[in-house]
Design a protein around this ligand. Structure first.
Ligand SMILES: Nc1ncnc2c1ncn2[C@@H]1O[C@H](COP(=O)(O)OP(=O)(O)OP(=O)(O)O)[C@@H](O)[C@H]1O
Ligand SMILES: [Mg+2]
Length: 192
């Protein structure tokens, strides 16, 4: 099972089969890993995402960061730079609207945009990962573009979030794919 489409279909099915209870337990387990890692728990400006398609639900983690006084940002599709993301400040009062993929995002308001370089962490969703830190997303290249060159700049460090069942033996990678330095599943905090 090496081609990307087959792999995506298989793993998306597995994460969509998880029960509400399993999703809730997974979200709490991830908070426990973050709590134990100083460089994650101390971050004051973090990008997270809203769960879609059975993804690990980061909302409890978002609320945990809020409770510590950290600022949380969500990705918004760039209105005129195709394939790119903006990061907008997210609070419990932020109005959301569905984007063209049906995923809720903050309504675009330029006053809420934080330049990417001012984020400390970007928690990324993903479809599949392997034990080498290779990452495969939903196929849009949004996070690959966002994270391109992150090791060479002052910008944020990525942290993948996934369910245990999203681990595969080997991810087929292309030149533009950005491997992760770190990833959290309910069962393990991976660091490469
Ligand atoms: N840094 C980049 N610059 C230009 N195009 C890119 C870049 N990264 C990825 N792409 C393009 O995006 C498309 C989708 O890439 P890919 O299949 O790796 O997405 P993905 O990793 O599944 O998605 P995502 O990054 O949103 O999680 C590819 O056709 C690729 O050419
Ligand atoms: Mg990719």
């Amino acid at each position: 099972m090496t081609d990307r489409l087959t792999l995506r279909r298989h793993i998306r099915h597995c994460r969509n089969q998880l029960s509400t209870q399993q999703q809730n337990d997974a979200a709490q387990a991830v908070i426990d890993h973050v709590r134990r890692a100083d460089h994650l728990s101390s971050a004051r400006a973090v990008a997270l995402y809203l769960a879609n398609d059975g993804e690990l639900d980061p909302h409890p983690l978002i609320e945990w960061y809020w409770s510590r006084g950290s600022r949380v940002y969500l990705p918004v599709l760039h209105p005129f730079s195709p394939g790119h993301l903006l990061f907008l400040h997210y609070t419990p009062d932020t109005p959301l609207q569905a984007n063209r993929f049906g995923i809720p995002e903050p309504r675009l308001d330029s006053r809420l945009i934080l330049p990417k370089s001012e984020l400390e962490l970007i928690f990324t969703p993903l479809v599949a990962f392997d034990a080498q830190g290779n990452r495969m997303g939903m196929g849009g290249g949004f996070y690959d573009r966002t994270l391109a060159g992150w090791r060479n700049g002052p910008g944020p460090q990525p942290v993948g979030l996934a369910h245990n069942c999203q681990q595969v033996d080997s991810i087929p990678v292309d030149s533009w794919d950005v491997p992760l330095p770190e990833l959290i599943t309910p069962g393990r905090h991976w660091r490469w």
